[in-house]
Design a protein around this ligand. Structure first.
Ligand code: PLP
Length: 395
């Protein structure tokens, strides 16, 4: 599939070695054509492009449902492409964080993405509650080898009926660990809590079955493993258990029944699917790029991508071990995806030296390098080169 992507080049025209798919995925070659198609539609038909075209903009977002539902393991009416991750998280928290006198706590992990914390913190404040009393943290694992399920379950049990909401990552962004979502949902539901996930680093990376696992809600971005471009459309999953209810929610005309959308009546009639969370009409140009990138996933399956990812990450994992590099991503295959994170004393210098040699990865917290080995465009030869360079640099 590598040929289907634009591989960035250096000033000499040499392809870079790109291990930053966990940050910004590469551009599928089809994107330009599909975005151009919509630009042309706009140029040639103006407002009529909303309805009078093969790709009518009025229903354009619906095209994302099929591919997204396959990626997260859901029905098509449980997913929607809209807004961006943090906006969606705020929308979903407004609906799903409904604290009472007895049940008001939120459980997160210690190093959750700061944007998620800001959203949670402000939601707590909107309810007039104390952030200190409401937000509980699962501490970062001492041995740096991933959060053990048992300690997550213990914390959930300890918090018991005070727990209103659990928000955890599908894949943790620093160490690349896959969280056992099914088991976390079971534990959360057993004490009556709502369970949601931030899937920024999970979608397009690992296999998921959100519907079957009874996940209440999830949100994601599309610019990492989904390769939909910088600031590409976010997405949500809301379990069908909730969709037909009279939910308290943020609302706008695009979440209203499409048949009555233009009647301008002062009654919000939510669509009976995840589209009810749409507020505004979406950016068609951003959705066009998203559509093109999702089509690449439709040419394969997550199962096949996972197989490919295993062989790439195993190769890198063994290579790092041979070089005695400290790997903070769990070693077990079912606990990791495409990203491996390594800890090095002189990570800043190594990161710089790798970049100078055309190898792109990212630096976190001064001593961690994060590298994603994306089955869609990375190849074993690139990993061999990385290991060679690392060996020279750490010697
Ligand atoms: C784990 C995680 N959550 C949330 C975000 C925020 O995404 P957005 O800027 O789309 O709101 C990111 C962005 O990289 C992320 O990695």
């Amino acid at each position: 599939m590598r040929n289907n992507y634009h591989i960035p080049k250096d000033s000499q025209g040499q392809e870079l070695i790109y291990f930053a798919g966990h940050s910004l995925g590469l551009q599928p070659k089809t994107v330009q054509h599909i975005v151009d198609r919509e630009l042309l539609q706009w140029a040639n038909s103006g407002v009529e492009g909303h309805f009078d075209s093969e790709n009518a903009w009025y229903t354009y977002h619906e095209r994302m449902r099929g591919p997204l539902s396959k990626l997260v393991g859901s029905t098509t009416h449980e997913v929607a492409a809209l807004n961006s991750l943090t906006v969606n998280l705020n929308l979903l928290l407004t609906t799903f964080y409904r604290p009472t006198n007895k049940r008001y706590k939120i459980l997160v992990e210690e190093h959750l993405f700061a944007s998620d914390f800001y959203a949670l913190e402000q939601q707590v404040r909107l309810h007039g509650l104390s952030v200190k009393e409401c937000i509980e943290f699962i501490p970062w694992p001492k041995e740096n080898k991933g959060f053990p399920l048992e300690s997550i379950k213990h914390t959930i049990d300890d918090l018991g009926e005070s727990l209103a909401l659990i928000l955890l990552p599908g894949v943790q962004y620093i160490n690349g660990q896959c969280f056992p979502m099914k088991e976390i949902v079971e534990a959360g539901h057993s004490v009556g809590s709502v369970v949601g996930f931030d899937l920024a680093h999970a979608i397009g990376n690992i296999e998921m079955n959100l519907h079957e696992w009874q996940v209440d809600f999830a949100c994601w971005c599309s610019y990492k493993y989904l390769n939909s471009g910088p600031g590409g459309p976010g997405g949500i999953f809301v379990h069908e258990n909730h969709l037909n209810k009279d939910l308290p929610q943020m609302a706008g005309w695009w979440g209203n029944d499409p048949n009555g959308r233009f009647t301008m009546k002062k009654t919000f009639v939510p669509v009976s699917n995840a589209d009810r969370f749409q507020m505004s009409n979406p950016s068609i140009l951003a959705l066009a790029a998203h559509e093109a990138s999702l089509a690449e996933f439709d040419k394969t399956t997550m199962q096949d991508l996972r197989k490919e990812a295993k062989s790439l990450t195993d190769l890198a994992f063994k290579g790092f071990e041979n070089l005695n590099i400290d790997i903070i991503t769990p070693s077990e295959w079912d606990k990791r995806g495409n990203q491996l994170s390594i800890e090095l004393n002189n990570a800043i210098e190594i990161h710089k030296a790798l970049r100078a040699e055309g190898i792109i990865c990212d630096l976190r917290d001064k001593n961690i390098l994060r590298l994603a080995f994306c089955p869609m465009y990375n190849k074993p030869e690139e990993i061999a080169l990385l290991l060679e360079r690392l060996e020279e640099l750490i010697r």
